[in-house]
Design a protein around this ligand. Structure first.
Ligand code: CYC
Length: 169
């Protein structure tokens, strides 16, 4: 599992180069955004349960078929599995934000997920909508907390969305 710093070092080390201007600019941008990343993670951590609950309600309001008989989130077991999955996405998004790298998402969340979802009939389009709803709620709360320069918050949510939706060619 890598973060912004270890991925950069790995790249330079593999070709035996000293850190050049580009590398230093990348590092500087990462460290400059450090406080905002940590503040964003703090907002997520202290509101996680309510973010998941609110996003779930909004998702089932937008796509009520999910919780009707025949829907993938119908029965309390599957309803709970869906909220649990949303909680996974939120928690791992907070890790990726702090790491400044999407590597943790590839390694811990996305690997094999599409195949699992397809085999269980979990609708990917609806999952993507759920992830985007969480992103919007998180962004609202971050703005309300007065955290500036938090543009990076979109990244992990958009990354999971994109990777989940990607079709095999
Ligand atoms: C199931 N979600 C699962 C399963 C996995 C994950 C592995 C199958 C095993 C199980 O039921 O626990 C996902 N597991 C993960 C992820 C990680 C992991 C991401 C990384 C930490 O370890 N159904 C819907 C909604 C959506 C949903 C759109 C919620 C957004 O209609 C989710 N996921 C959902 C449901 C199941 C599931 C309902 C149960 C499906 C079933 O058993 O029939």
């Amino acid at each position: 599992m890598r973060d912004a710093v270890t991925s950069l070092i790995k790249n330079y080390d593999s070709t035996g180069r000293y850190l050049d201007r580009n590398a230093l600019d990348t590092l500087k941008a990462y460290f400059d955004s450090g406080t905002a990343r940590i503040q964003a993670a703090a907002v997520i951590n202290s509101n996680a349960a309510s973010i998941v609950r609110q996003a779930g309600s909004q998702l089932f309001e937008e796509i009520p078929e999910l919780i009707r008989p025949g829907g993938n989130a119908y029965t309390t077991r599957r309803y709970a599995a869906c909220l649990r999955d949303m909680d996974y996405y939120l928690r791992y998004a907070s890790y990726a934000l702090v790491a400044g790298s999407m590597d943790v998402l590839d390694e811990r969340v996305l690997q094999g997920l599409r195949e699992t979802y397809n085999s269980l009939g979990v609708p990917i389009g609806s999952t993507v909508i759920g992830i985007q709803i969480m992103k919007d709620i998180v962004k609202e709360q971050i703005a309300a907390a007065g955290i500036e320069n938090a543009a990076m918050v979109d990244q992990p949510f958009d990354y999971m969305t994109r990777e989940l939706s990607e079709q095999d060619v």
